[in-house]
Design a protein around this ligand. Structure first.
Ligand code: A3P
Length: 296
């Protein structure tokens, strides 16, 4: 039987040095690895489901000096090229970045060891957002369910194993976060936490503003806090993915802007899973000084 167009959207996964990626990304690997970063690039780096869209909107609002209309010039996926994105015949993330005038804001989910090398030599800025592993895992599960590009995650219990074994697309949360954390002082990296952004958005937005070399007054900052709240971004068609066809993201299964909270993991983890996860976390993150807040 011929595949329906909906089924044919689904990617196959492939690995590069043990990191699971979409096959289209792997097939485009030489273009990605030879990408030329520039000193005035700002690269937004996250493990999937850590608040990428949120920090993108914050960065754009700061860049546009709080001008909401300018931020509505395009959907968020088009404003910041996604370096490793490949989905032929669409232009790749690298194609889009190459066309973009400087100063560029770019996005990646790549772990440090897979980042195009020119980023390390260009002396550009990196903005990393980390989210606690349990909430990240839950958010990714629901994203897997609604995304028609990603493989079926199976039941929560099945997906739990895939995640802790680092076999989800973009690889292990543990490796990703630990490695970006370890190198944070060696490059121009602003390392933020999703949980801090929830607790005190204005304070974290101020840090981003300073890092970007901008100086906005209090009223503009307050406006950015308001416009980038979960509620506002959920109703904003430029950030809520409502323009993405249902055959790619089925938001009737789970909305892209789902809950936006800290601690939703408690509604998913069984007591046994929680104990097991804590033991695995301890082992995989041993020796790192990173500290996450698990509830507000
Ligand atoms: P949940 O699934 O827990 O709701 P990414 O953009 O990296 O894919 O991350 C998506 C997650 O960030 C989703 O988490 C989404 O709801 C949350 N998110 C997006 N915008 C947010 C905002 N303004 N405030 C808080 N959380 C936000």
């Amino acid at each position: 039987m011929a595949l329906t167009p909906e089924l044919s959207q689904q990617t196959k996964s492939k690995e590069i040095v043990g990191v699971t990626l979409m096959s289209e990304t792997v097939d485009n690997w030489s273009q990605i690895q030879t990408f030329q970063a520039k000193p005035n690039d700002l690269l937004i780096c996250t493990y999937p489901k850590s608040g990428t869209t949120w920090i993108q909107e914050i960065v754009d609002m700061i860049e546009q000096n709080g001008d909401v209309e300018k931020c509505r010039r395009d959907i968020i996926q088009h404003r910041h090229p996604f370096i490793e994105w490949a989905w032929p015949p669409q232009p790749s993330g690298v194609d889009k970045a190459n066309e973009m005038p400087s100063p560029r804001v770019l996005k990646t989910h790549l772990p440090t060891q897979l980042l195009p090398p020119s980023f390390w030599t260009s002396n550009c800025k990196f903005l990393y957002v980390a989210r606690n592993a349990k909430d990240c895992m839950v958010s990714y599960y629901h994203f897997y369910r609604m995304s028609k590009r990603l493989p079926d995650p199976g039941s929560w219990d099945e997906y739990f194993e895939t995640f802790i074994n680092g076999k989800v697309i973009w690889g292990s949360w543990f490796d990703h976060v630990r490695e970006w954390w370890e190198i944070r002082d060696r490059y121009q990296i602003l390392f933020l936490f999703y949980e801090d952004m929830k607790r005190d958005p204005k304070h974290e937005i101020q840090k981003v503003m300073q890092f970007m070399g901008k100086n906005l007054d209090e009223a503009v900052l307050d406006k950015i806090v308001q416009e980038t709240s979960f509620e506002r971004m959920k109703e904003n068609p430029m950030t809520n993915r409502s323009t993405v066809p249902r055959s790619v993201m089925d938001q009737s299964i789970s909305p892209f802007m789902r809950k936006g909270t800290v601690g939703d993991w408690k509604n998913h983890f069984t007591v046994a899973q929680n104990e097991r996860f804590d033991a695995i976390y301890k082992q995989k993150m041993e020796g790192t000084s990173i500290n996450f807040c698990m509830e507000l």
